[in-house]
Design a protein around this ligand. Structure first.
Ligand SMILES: CSCC[C@H](NC=O)C(=O)N[C@@H](CC(C)C)C(=O)N[C@@H](Cc1ccccc1)C(=O)O
Length: 677
């Protein structure tokens, strides 16, 4: 019997969200960012916490500026650097800045004022300098010129954006407007700054450059980075690896192959090898990211050879990579059948083994033999565990235990059905707390996006199975053909034929679940976001009428031709098998809008106006189409949200509208509250 209050949206937003850990060099402590939200005020604050891996209570290191994030322990262990937006020393940060704080507590200090802001960083081994990313105007020289340009840009009265670039905006918030991501160096004690790419044509990749795009050699003399050598940057540009010599500023190209894309370079402990991920894009754009190693031809040389190490291992290697101290193995996270584990890939044996099981591992670090992981599961949000040499993993924080202990959360279960092409397809189920199979329950499909991602043993804030199940739904999430974590053939099986196999899989799961005694065929619903939104629109045009009582389509792709307006259009061309002007029939056959004449199921359409990944015209066209056809529809449109609804009050509204909509078409329930106009 489940006890406790139902787990609702308010409880969801009371959860303290823990970010990736960084370990002290001796492995005795981890530092993590922890974000708390205030529903009423619609705000958040992120503070840094110290967690002992040896036992003892967590300690607050900072008390939460607007956002104190991405903490990294210094190599000497004496201080911690982080990125914050603070009001400090008489100066309010207009852009994120780099701070350092003594590791045993005290006042944080701004390292320098970088007018163009700091995105991500790494310590140099000397513990006195930090390399970081900032988006700058590439033609300008020196921090003063950048600061002037930034001020002018910030205060400009004309908001128009004229560009001739191919990649001119990305994901949901990045409007470079002439800026490019450069690597910089700062002296932590003097604040002296140097743009390492100034006067060169180099820049880091423009699509969300982060701390995995570069690494610093163990002797502190070189920096390796991934960059796109093509003059015209694109979202699917194939990156090469280059090495910068800090003393001279010389940059050597070390690995480039026009057929391959490279990312996430990491130096081996002796600096003579570089592990990275490599994907054979020329063979096919869906080719997996594999573990590769570049090795110098002789110690200290600029030349070397690279080779893929994990070719026989049918998994996708996910950054960041982390060398074991002995240089014999690399740690990284990788998905496997709806879970994401931490793996150790042994280089001499070319063999991978799980070192920490998911759930879903979101972050990890290892130092002095101690590993820390940040991992969640369908039934609980992220937790931090420490694994000391020779010991079992042990939890080292309890941030959310008292909140969660007061609530009832349902049971999660992994099951399989026979889907398209007779293949076994995984289905994750979340049951309402106190589930009684002798009673009847509505079924809610929550369809993941991507398509090359996966549903799994993972905690979700925007699609909370725990919140859905607490409202009485049995929640089903199908890892349809195309999902990641089930091998390359399964992932690639939907290429050039989006829609058909995925729907067959979802239908097969519906069929199987409707045979359960608790299932009610009148109360079956489906909801999905992004590519999952495309699939519910596709289902609306293809599923037998009445099969699904209502749909929710969040940021859904409706029309693949009009999707040419998004930031990843070149990727769709490859996925769909051609551009709309060359392969018009092929593209139309995979587009939900083509089947509008068959759409008859009531749909709640949700979209954010700041969505660059699926522009809101997609949702508006779908909503207008349903209205024009006389199909019941409701629109929830957010002028200030992007691809994802991330503000607490908007999330509360999102869940409220979501449940109202399902109840309205649920013969087993009445609306919980009076409907708005
Ligand atoms: C080189 S662009 C990759 C596109 C990416 N696909 C990943 O498999 C993606 O953004 N997919 C969209 C749909 C697409 C515009 C047709 C999508 O479904 N996004 C989902 C899944 C996702 C989650 C986190 C990061 C990337 C994708 C979503 O936003 O929830």
């Amino acid at each position: 019997m489940a006890t406790g209050k139902p787990f609702d949206v308010d409880a969801l937003w009371k959860i303290e969200r823990i970010g990736p850990p960084s370990l002290s060099p001796d492995g005795s402590q981890a530092v993590v960012p922890v974000t708390r939200y205030a529903m009423q005020a619609n705000t958040s604050r992120t503070a840094l916490w110290l967690l002992s891996t040896l036992g003892g209570r967590p300690r607050a290191l900072t008390h939460g500026g607007e956002k104190d994030g991405q903490p990294q322990w210094s190599p000497r262990g004496d201080r911690i650097a982080f990125i914050g937006r603070r009001d400090q020393e008489g100066e309010r940060d207009g852009t994120p800045q780099l701070y350092v704080i003594p590791a045993d507590g005290g006042e944080a200090r701004r390292v320098a004022t970088v007018a163009t802001g700091v995105e991500a960083f790494r310590w140099l081994p000397d513990g006195r300098r930090i390399a970081f990313i900032s988006w700058v105007w590439p033609a300008l020289r020196g921090p003063k010129a950048q600061a002037r340009a930034h001020k002018q840009h910030h205060e400009r009265k004309e908001t128009g954006y004229a560009t001739s670039e191919t990649l001119y905006r990305y994901w949901d918030d990045q409007l470079p407007m002439g800026r490019v991501p450069h690597l910089h160096l700062v002296d932590v004690d003097t604040g002296r700054l140097r743009d390492l790419f100034e006067g060169t044509p180099y820049e880091l990749r423009r699509a969300a450059p982060d701390a995995t795009t570069f690494d610093i050699a163990p002797d502190g003399e070189r920096i390796v980075f991934a960059y796109d050598p093509a003059p015209d940057k694109r979202v699917d540009g194939r990156c090469a690896l280059a090495e910068l010599v800090l003393a001279t500023g010389r940059i050597d190209l070390i690995a480039r192959d026009a057929d391959w894309g490279f990312a996430a370079p990491r130096y081996s402990p002796d600096g003579e090898r570089i592990a990275f991920v490599a994907s054979h894009q020329e063979r096919k754009h869906t080719m997996p990211a594999q573990l590769a190693v570049w090795e110098r031809s002789r110690p200290g040389a600029r030349t070397g050879r690279w080779a893929v190490e994990s070719a026989e291992w049918d998994h996708e290697v996910q950054a960041p990579l982390h060398w074991e101290d002995d240089g014999q193995a690399v740690l990284f996270a990788a998905e496997q059948r709806g879970r994401r584990h931490l793996w150790r890939f042994d280089l001499p044996d070319r063999r991978a083994e799980v070192v920490c099981e998911g759930g879903w591992v979101h972050g990890f670090d290892k130092a002095a033999g101690t590993t820390v992981t940040l991992a969640d599961a369908a039934t609980h949000p992220a937790r931090v565990h420490a694994c000391l040499p020779g010991q079992a993993p042990r939890r080292i924080e309890r941030f959310n235990d008292s909140l969660l202990n007061a609530h009832a959360i349902g049971r999660s279960e992994e099951t399989w059905c026979t889907g398209a092409q007779g293949d076994k397809v995984q289905v994750w189920l979340m049951y309402p707390p106190g589930f009684d199979p002798a009673r009847k329950y509505p079924l809610l499909h929550v369809i993941h996006g991507g398509p090359h991602t996966a549903a799994g043993d993972v905690w979700h804030y925007r699609w909370s199975a725990a919140v859905f199940a607490a409202q009485g739904y049995v929640v089903a999430s199908v890892n349809y053909h195309g999902s990641s974590g089930f091998g390359y053939a399964f992932l690639d099986s939907i290429t050039h034929r989006w829609g058909a196999l995925e729907m067959q899989d979802i239908e097969a799961a519906t069929e199987q679940l409707l045979r359960e005694p608790w299932a009610d065929p009148r109360r079956v619903f489906a909801a999905g976001g992004s590519y999952g939104g495309f699939l519910v629109a596709w289902m609306n045009g293809h599923a037998p009428p009445g099969r699904y009582a209502a749909y929710v389509c969040h940021a859904g792709c409706f029309d693949w031709t009009a999707m040419f307006a998004n930031d990843a259009w070149s990727w769709h061309v490859q996925e769909l098998g051609g551009a709309y002007w060359e392969q018009a029939a092929q593209v139309a056959a995979q587009s939900a809008h083509t089947f509008a004449a068959s759409m008859a199921t009531p749909t709640l359409v949700i979209h954010g106006a700041r969505d660059y990944r699926v522009p809101d015209a997609q949702g508006l066209a779908y909503y207008n189409t349903l209205k024009a056809r006389g199909v019941e529809a409701r629109l929830l449109w957010f002028p200030d949200e992007n691809h994802w609804v991330v503000k607490p009050r908007n999330s509360q509204l999102w869940y409220g509208e979501f449940f109202d909509w399902l109840r309205r078409f649920d013969p087993g329930q009445r609306p919980a509250r009076k409907r708005r106009a």
